[in-house]
Design a protein around this ligand. Structure first.
Ligand code: NAP
Length: 463
């Protein structure tokens, strides 16, 4: 097997760059170097770690246009979205540069006068991260920034489709003064690197963002060395529109949550659940707006929908659309394609499907594409039943201006991230993560640094 990764532009199929695949020896050496650096990095005081992160953030912003262009070339997303992702990625570095200074311990009143009890927090050790291709910058900094802030060395394996963004971010971290063995990347196939990470005695924590089946495998493979885990896995987000909802707002926010990154987002609305009295009106309005979305190369300034990342992703989307049509779904927009398998590009036009039912695959599995399946409901109980009938529990959305309806829906949804009249609830300052098979732990906010810290308590006696 060639020891290079060919990084292609998914909008054209053209080769952008060949990237060296690291050998097993090199990866094991990188893990050892990371582990060895822990003794020194944990002793760098929190204010200095914070300053280094701030410098990193500054450099990322100074290179914003360059990083965004790399991202659009390797991932395909529109340049405007890539620029937005660089800001989003930077916001995690900024947030955790501040949190580094707020890792507090506590004292506990002792049960006798001759004792004192002190609880302190210490960094967990070497963190090994595996990231997906859909947000090559933000999924990396969301892990690296809290790890480094807590005093943990960090090593990352980016997805084979999009290693270039991560490589550039790591170079900038080094330029900022973060030691080269404290933040590292390795390139290679997930199945190979994943095994090296999970088997390594040096790795104390695995932080993974990707699909649920791979997450489950990493959890199993880490059992022998009892590693800590953060798992940001798949989603299958419901979006409920109550009878009283502001329809224009619901359409506008559905466009944002469903079609961003060509629908290749873990928090994408995947099932649009609309009250039966407004379903036709909503579906027509949505289809009308969807038809205006411009599909094309992300480098063209007017592009709103870029390519699908690869053939496998494209095949999955097409099979879900075909299955839905076979079982009675009506196409209101899309179901059109611009594909060249020889050259290697796959565009799916944004699609709206009506008369969708629970037996269709699209209602059961994550689509990861620009397809909005619309199903109707009669009662709120039924809407909740449809929304929760999935092993996933990442994001959910609902639209209503009635506080009783909203409170009822919120209280009954089993999802970690909920947007009420809001299709874009993410941010560095909020806890991001899923329930059920969507994951373990949270990233962002004050919760996001916890998984990189151990609790240690000291009992002083004989006072
Ligand atoms: P994926 O196939 O699970 O790949 C994600 C990463 O895992 C890649 O770096 C991949 O490497 C690696 N990998 C593959 N096989 C592996 C193995 N056996 N052991 C260890 N690592 C392995 O997922 P994807 O298709 O790229 O990404 C889409 C999925 O990510 C969706 O399910 C989406 O919902 C989820 N996601 C979740 C969040 C969240 O925050 N919850 C955010 C973004 C995406 P290779 O590149 O070598 O295959």
């Amino acid at each position: 097997m060639a020891n290079v990764l060919r990084v292609n532009n998914p909008a054209t199929g053209e080769l952008i760059q060949e990237v060296k695949i690291h050998s097993e020896e090199e990866i094991n050496q990188a893990l050892k170097n990371g582990h060895d650096s822990f003794k020194r990095w944990r002793k760098v005081n929190a204010h200095e770690r914070s300053r280094l992160l701030q410098r990193w953030s500054q450099l990322v912003q100074e290179h914003k246009e360059e990083i965004a262009k790399i991202m659009t070339l390797e991932n395909g997303k529109p340049l405007k979205e890539s620029l937005g992702e660089v800001d989003y990625a930077t916001s995690y570095i900024d947030w955790y540069a501040e949190e580094a200074k707020r890792i507090y311990g506590r004292t506990i009143p002792a049960s006798t006068e001759s004792k004192r009890i002190i609880v302190s927090r210490q960094p967990i050790g070497l963190v090994a991260a595996i990231t997906p291709w859909n947000f090559p910058a933000a999924m990396m900094t969301r892990k690296a920034a809290p790890a480094l802030a807590a005093g943990c060395p960090f090593i990352v394996k980016p997805a084979v489709e999009t290693p270039l963004t991560t490589m550039r971010l790591v170079e900038l971290a080094h330029e900022a003064g973060i030691p080269t063995d404290v933040i590292q990347y390795v390139n290679g196939r997930g199945s190979v690197v994943g095994d090296l990470f999970t088997q390594s005695e040096y790795v104390r924590k695995i932080s993974f963002t990707g699909s649920t089946p791979i997450g489950k495998q990493l959890i199993k493979n880490s059992a022998d060395t009892v590693k800590h885990m953060t798992m940001e896995l798949g989603g299958h987000a419901p979006l409920i529109i109550a009878e009283d909802a502001d329809l224009d707002l619901a359409v506008q926010q559905t466009l944002i949550t469903k079609y961003r990154n060509a629908g290749q987002t873990c928090v994408c609305a995947n099932r649009i659940i609309v009250h039966e009295n407004i379903v036709d009106q909503f579906a027509e309005k949505l289809a009308e707006e969807v038809k205006k979305l411009k599909v094309g190369n992300g480098l063209d300034s007017d592009t709103q929908i870029g390519p699908i990342i690869n053939e496998k992703g494209y095949e999955k989307i097409v099979s879900q659309i075909e299955d839905a049509i076979d079982k009675g779904a009506e196409v209101l927009a899309g179901n059109q394609y611009d594909v060249n398998k020889d050259q290697g590009y796959y565009f799916v036009y944004p699609t709206v499907l009506k008369n969708v039912s629970a037996d269709m695959v699209i209602m059961q599995e994550e689509t990861f594409g620009p397809v909005a399946p619309i199903v109707s409901f009669k009662t709120l109980e039924e809407a909740i039943e449809i929304a929760n009938s999935t092993p996933y529990g990442l994001a959910a959305y609902f639209f209503t201006n009635d506080y009783k309806t909203g409170t009822y829906i919120h209280d009954n949804l089993d999802f970690g991230i909920i947007g009420w009249n809001d299709g874009a609830p993410s941010g560095a300052h909020v806890p991001f993560g899923g329930m059920k098979e969507s994951g373990l732990g949270r990233e962002g906010s004050i919760e996001g640094i916890e998984p990189y810290l151990e609790t240690k308590y000291l009992s002083i006696g004989n006072l």
